[in-house]
Design a protein around this ligand. Structure first.
Ligand code: KIV
Ligand code: NA
Length: 264
């Protein structure tokens, strides 16, 4: 299969073909999602929650994400792989941002990076893009600034729409090839999508965006506890794995496993 590139994102928007993305943090899911034809895989700093067991994404480091991103990039043939710049790896300025982006590109084989923030991150995006590295923006609710935003809140409502549009336009003007809209009302995402030439990718931003992205563990029913309203669950992996563990436990206890066919 031919590798997805940034022009695929542009063509998809122009032709009205929806773009699909899932997060991935390991070789097993990367292979499965790649073969299923998912257009891009994001090695999100959501790994803080899904892999490392933190309560937020804030503690996640570049050194933690690099090996996961390398595993995903090595395990795909078609999907476009995006490394997520974690909190504390790009905010101080364009040079820090470029340094981090270069680490991801050199050390992982990813095809692009993503970072959070609209107007506040425009100089960082511009500098990375100038170095030949594609950047996906991320506006609306940005989990790394959860405390500054005052919680896990829907963005772009009421007066917030003006700021959302300004942020999305700043990301586009800085040279990003696409932008994630996270947790914004569907009509706000529609307004942004109509204004921008680059594709918008919805994470809880309704049906009008040019593409959709979900955290795979939420989508597959593997997340423990509450998942956001915008997630549609496509499998019950927690149930399947829990049942498998119980069945195996019982078989070992009863002597049913291992049978002669599993023994040398
Ligand atoms: O880290 C992540 O998974 C993300 C997406 C949900 C946008 O940033
Ligand atoms: Na993220």
């Amino acid at each position: 299969p031919k590798r997805v590139r940034t022009r695929h994102f542009q063509n998809a928007k122009q032709q009205g073909i929806k773009i699909t993305g899932l997060t991935s943090y390991d070789t097993l899911t990367a292979r499965i999602f790649d073969e299923a034809g998912i257009d891009f895989l994001l090695v999100g700093d959501s790994a803080g929650n899904t892999v490392f067991g933190y309560d937020t994404t804030l503690p996640v480091t570049v050194d933690e994400l690099i090996p996961l991103t390398r595993a995903v990039a090595r395990s795909t043939k078609r999907a476009f792989v995006i490394g997520d710049l974690p909190f504390g790896s790009y905010e101080t300025g364009p040079e820090e941002a470029l340094h981090t982006a270069i680490r991801f590109m050199k050390e992982t084989g990813a095809h692009a990076v993503k970072l959070e923030g609209g107007e506040r991150s425009a100089e960082q995006i511009r500098r990375i893009v100038q170095a030949g590295i594609p950047v996906m923006g991320h506006v609306g609710f940005t989990p790394q600034s959860e405390h500054g935003l005052g919680g896990h809140l829907i963005q772009g409502r009421g007066d917030g729409l003006e700021q959302l549009i300004a942020d999305a336009e700043a990301v586009q003007a800085a040279g990003a090839f696409a932008v994630v809209l996270e947790m914004v009302p569907a009509e706000a995402a529609q307004a942004v999508t109509e204004r921008l030439a680059i594709p918008t990718i919805s994470v809880g931003a309704g049906p009008h965006a040019d593409g959709q992205l979900l955290v795979w563990t939420d989508w597959a029913g593997l997340t423990i506890g509450r998942v956001p309203k915008f997630v549609k669950q496509y499998a019950d992996l927690a149930g399947i794995l829990g049942d498998a563990a119980k069945a195996w436990q019982a078989d070992v206890a009863s002597g049913e496993y291992p049978g002669p066919e599993h023994s040398y």
